[in-house]
Ligand binder design. Structure first.
Ligand code: HEM
Length: 255
């Protein structure tokens, strides 16, 4: 992916016209398969200055694919009158320095932290040990298993990285599922009992949290099942997965 920055200096009297032209140009831009996303911002301190950021799948895709593609003529027709006002138009490579801020709470905090997740797994494994489909897999589990799963979930949901620091991270976890030959019926029961436990211990029940939580559990259980099949050779080293809110961040009423 490559980021293109285009800086404009637009006469204040033309600002409204310029923004309207870009709103129209956004339609063919959004339709172009080479375009990842884009955003036009106006400078608060110097309102004549605008910056357009466009992420392209690659510099070549932009210069060759988009410019000779079917969406370019409609895009260019709208912005052509402003080409003379461009002060900079260049591609930038992204660096690894990036991240999310803390304006949105982590799923870990929203869930209630380690205590809430430990409570969840305690109640959950109580159910597992009474379930005839799951007992064969878990009857010999060590007593601290629920705690370690809670510590894993805490780290996945952006809480403390204790599973990595104290247990061996992804490398340790992935090996626990190898050779277990988990069936689809067992996977589904595992996920269902976890959701029952979430209700029972009062994990936040808002649609946003439960949707994000369930999506991790669906993903994780499917991976556990795949990794557990006879002959499966999953990578034994990989970064710790982290899960966020996805398309629906938590609903916080405005004050
Ligand atoms: C999101 C899904 C899942 C997560 C996050 C998860 C997490 C974990 C973790 C962290 C461990 C190692 C705990 C430790 O460090 O001691 C583990 C072990 C294990 N998991 Fe999972 N797991 C998932 C899905 C499943 C499913 C679907 C099954 C079977 C239906 C399963 C069966 C097991 C078993 C049998 C062990 C070994 C228990 C033992 O030590 O005897 N897991 N899991």
């Amino acid at each position: 992916m490559i980021v293109e920055y285009i800086r404009y200096r637009i006469d204040r009297a033309k600002a409204e016209e310029f923004e309207a032209a870009y709103a129209r140009a956004a339609v063919p831009l959004a339709a172009a398969p080479q375009c990842v996303d884009f955003e036009l911002s106006r400078c608060v301190d110097e309102p004549e200055c605008y910056i357009l950021r466009i992420c392209w799948t690659s510099a070549e895709d932009h210069s060759q694919g988009f410019r000779s593609g079917e969406h370019f003529p409609a895009f260019f027709a709208e912005i052509k009158p402003y080409v003379q006002q461009i002060e900079e138009m260049r591609h930038y490579e992204r660096t690894p320095v990036r991240g999310a801020g803390s304006s949105v709470p982590t799923m870990y905090d929203w869930a209630g932290g380690t205590e809430a997740l430990e409570n969840l797994t305690k109640v959950f494994y109580g159910k597992v040990l009474k379930d005839e489909l799951l007992i064969p897999l878990f009857e010999h589990m060590p007593p601290d298993h629920p705690t370690w799963v809670a510590i894993w979930l805490s780290e996945v949901f952006r809480g403390p990285d204790r599973y990595s620091q104290e247990r061996g991270g992804y490398h340790h976890m992935v090996r626990q599922h190898l050779g277990k030959a988990i069936t689809e019926a067992q996977r589904r029961r595992w996920a269902t009992l976890l959701m029952d436990a979430a209700d029972e211990v009062g994990l936040p029940a808002d649609p946003e949290f439960r949707a994000a939580f369930a999506s991790y559990i669906e993903w994780g259980t499917r991976i556990a099942l795949a990794n557990s099949q006879p002959g499966a050779t999953p990578p034994l080293e990989a970064p710790m997965p982290h899960w966020g809110w996805g398309v629906a961040p938590p609903y916080v009423p405005s004050k």
